[in-house]
Design a protein around this ligand. Structure first.
Ligand SMILES: [Zn+2]
Length: 584
């Protein structure tokens, strides 16, 4: 598996034909249709290697169409979180369809793994999917099916509570997403007022969110025990398919971040404090430009946002810009902020057409543009890998999937002059570098928090609070929280991952290291770095994690051993921006 594998054929940019169907016509949009296809698969007894592969590829088509239905229902709800019918349709899939599908998927997995011709299938295509199937069989428990449906339903409460938070600010009702850009205002009083308004609103619902977590925690522990694991951390670590690192590696990574990244963040915060001429940095002083320049507001409408993101991608490769423009023309973007839309941004795929779809709730800031560049990285990844078979091979593990998106954010940094003046580009670049560094520290905190919470027999609200505050002290970057103890103690409640996709966070650190290594290579040998990157993308999820990094010219670094070198590169680039601006 270490040889460089041949690339699958790539579509020309903007030309992505609907894949031909093997056997299912139409959508799997009702239970009757799903059951009919599922029973047809179940009734077959494939013979020989050829028969087995054909059956597996037919099953892959079933899985793709199922995923398309699930994702389309999720997107409809995410875009209209107050639409009861949309929520009910998504819940129907999660709580009524999935529990009836999962036992059959388990049965099909077993039939494959017990098939006499299993070893005769081409390894290059089937080794990774086979490992996934073995894992699924190992973890599957009939009694966990209703518990997982219940977990999904409770976790969706989180999105509903947060999606409907609004505050009165400057005479208008605003979503918390609309308030965020105020953190970039040079007027300090306005920043503080907006920060306090948002946090006060969050604090109002803190007891409800704690209660949601109190219901999730024992449920998750039960799921882990049913599957034969000592605790939920061990279970989830296995269930996320982390074949190449252990919880101990994550703990070593937290220490490496504390040692190599936190000191740089402290230097950046101290420079910010001096530049702003403040006695102490407060939480509302972290997103404003330290030189007092007005905030960047690169777009107002989606059209302009797409045009500017495309201009940035153009600087990396013209094909990348062409793909984003194609998605716009095909209606595969919903980026504008409006009440009743879920917060955040994500990329999903509609597997019936094998096309990506970008959801975002974008503020009109440079950050809104960065989100679109990030999701475009995921979209370009999906389009590079769209001819991989079976379906699972089109999906990269998260640690590498985020290299595509975070890597794209890094690669556009040196071309910000395409849309900004030289001064604005410097402003955006130094902010982005500071965000990368503070982001790594946040990842360590959020991951370490979950390690603690899920390995204690009981982690009620009081324990969670003390664990969280201890981590705030350990990773303190020099921000003054005095008088804001409640706001500080409850800050983890605003992180959706903790509720919706537990333990999905450390992936961002692995990917950020990969993205920075890509950027470092690109600054020295752009053509070579880009060619390797695209080769890695085209592999989708068809290789184990270390092999994907390797194909992209990178190294998977489980314990953060390369952080020192990467931080030196970041600090140098950051200092250049400051010097060019004449700050010191
Ligand atoms: Zn992402």
């Amino acid at each position: 598996m270490t040889d460089t594998p041949p690339l699958p054929p790539l579509d020309p940019p903007g030309q992505h034909p609907v894949p031909p169907r093997r056997w299912i016509e139409g959508d799997l949009n009702t239970w009757e249709r799903i059951e009919e296809a599922m029973e047809a698969l179940r009734a077959r007894r494939p013979e020989g290697a050829e028969g087995l592969e054909a059956w597996l590829l037919d099953r892959s088509e079933f899985d793709s169409l199922l995923s398309a239905e699930s994702n389309r229902r999720y997107v409809r709800w995410a875009c209209h979180s107050e639409d009861e019918a949309a929520h009910a349709a998504w819940l129907e899939f999660q709580t009524e369809f999935l529990p009836r599908i999962k036992p059959v998927e388990d049965e099909l997995d077993r039939r494959w793994l017990e098939h006499p011709a299993r070893g005769a299938l081409p390894r290059e295509r089937w080794a990774v999917p086979e490992r996934e199937a073995e894992l699924a069989v190992r973890l599957f428990r009939e009694e966990n099916v209703p518990l997982e449906a219940e977990e999904e339903e409770i976790a969706s409460e989180y999105g509903r509570i947060c999606g409907s938070m609004t505050v009165e600010f400057e005479g208008r009702t605003r979503t918390l997403q609309e308030l965020a850009p105020y953190q970039e205002e040079p007027d300090r009083e306005k920043r503080e007022a907006a920060w306090r308004a948002a946090r006060r609103r969050r604090l109002e619902d803190a007891p409800r969110l704690e209660e949601v977590f109190d219901r999730l925690l024992p449920l998750r522990q039960r799921i882990a025990r049913n599957a034969g694991f000592p605790d939920y951390r061990e279970y989830k670590h296995t269930a996320w398919g982390r074949f190449d690192y252990r919880p101990e590696d994550c703990l070593a990574l937290h220490e490496a971040i504390e040692r190599e990244v936190l000191p740089l963040l402290r230097r950046m915060r101290e420079a910010r404090r001096r530049s702003l001429g403040l006695e102490a940095l407060r939480p509302w002083d972290l997103a404003v430009d330290p030189e007092g320049r007005p905030p960047l507001r690169p777009f107002t409408r989606q059209k302009e946002q797409v045009a500017k993101a495309a201009a940035l991608l153009e600087g990396v490769h013209p094909d990348f810009a062409a793909e984003l423009r194609w998605m716009e023309a095909e209606g595969l973007l919903d980026l504008e902020t409006r009440p009743g839309k879920l917060p955040g941004g994500f990329l999903t795929t509609f597997e019936d057409r094998r096309v990506p779809f970008i959801f975002a709730n974008s503020p009109p800031t440079h950050g809104g543009l960065e989100t679109l560049v990030h999701e475009s990285g995921h979209a370009i990844h999906a389009l590079h890998a769209r001819w991989q078979e079976p379906a699972g091979n089109r999906d990269a593990p998260l640690e590498f999937a985020e290299v595509a998106s975070m890597g794209m954010e890094c690669l556009v940094l040196d071309g910000l002059e395409r849309i900004y003046t030289a001064g604005e580009a410097r402003q955006a670049r130094s902010a982005a570098l500071e965000d990368i560094v503070s982001g790594l520290v946040s990842i360590a905190v959020l991951d370490a928090f979950q390690h603690e919470v899920y390995t204690r027999p009981e982690a009620g609200a009081a324990t969670r609070r003390s664990v969280w505050l201890a981590l705030q002290e350990r990773f303190d970057s020099g921000v003054d929280w005095s008088g804001l103890e409640e706001e500080r103690a409850s800050a983890w409640l605003s992180v959706p991952h903790i509720f919706e996709v537990p333990f999905y966070y450390v992936e961002y650190a692995y990917a950020q290291m990969g993205a920075l290594a890509l950027w470092r290579a690109w600054r020295r040998e752009p053509a070579e770095a880009l060619a390797r990157f695209r080769r890695g993308l085209a592999l989708g999820g068809s290789r184990p994690l270390p092999a994907l990094f390797e194909a992209a010219g990178l190294r998977f670094d489980a314990r953060g051993e390369g952080l020192r070198e990467l931080m030196a590169e970041v600090e140098e680039a950051w200092a250049e921006e400051a010097l060019a601006g004449g700050r010191r």
